[in-house]
Design a protein around this ligand. Structure first.
Ligand SMILES: [Zn+2]
Length: 140
């Protein structure tokens, strides 16, 4: 093997490593962008309409639950098929609202922000329903 051949092989291998590293960075960048897009999409679904974001004037009772099973047990009216992250039930006179929230660590493990789940449930205390046609905001 001549010195020139060795040099060519070293150069080729160096270019291959650089190309692979560059491709790996592109793949990492792509997945990071997808992750951010998924996170933004999840937030858009969870966050309530702005007209349901104001302080709750009644008595707010918050309970934290360690698992989604505990949330489901504490939220007998929950009809969703997914693992519930929280629920809210207010009294007919709107004087009290009972909120159950999954613990922060478990919420984060599912890719959500605890603050977003709190805002979601608080909006239910303020009259928001997933079916907007039945909602009546208490923020006015
Ligand atoms: Zn909800």
């Amino acid at each position: 093997m001549t010195k020139e051949t060795v040099t060519r092989i070293v150069c080729f291998c160096s270019l291959l490593v650089l190309a692979t590293a560059s491709h790996a960075q592109d793949v990492v960048k792509f997945y990071r962008q997808m992750e951010l897009a998924n996170h933004a999409a999840r937030r858009a679904i969870i966050l309530p309409p702005p007209e349901y974001e104001c302080p709750y004037k009644g008595a707010l009772h918050i309970t934290r639950a360690p698992t989604t099973t505990d949330v489901r047990i504490a939220c007998p009216g929950y009809k969703g098929a997914n693992e519930p992250l929280g629920c809210a039930v207010r009294t007919v006179d709107h004087a009290h609202c009972f909120v159950v929230l999954l613990e922060d660590k478990a919420i984060k493990a599912r890719g959500y922000e605890p603050e977003d789940i709190y805002r979601h449930e608080l909006a239910h205390c303020l009259g928001w329903k997933h079916d907007d046609s039945q909602s009546a905001s208490q923020c006015k």
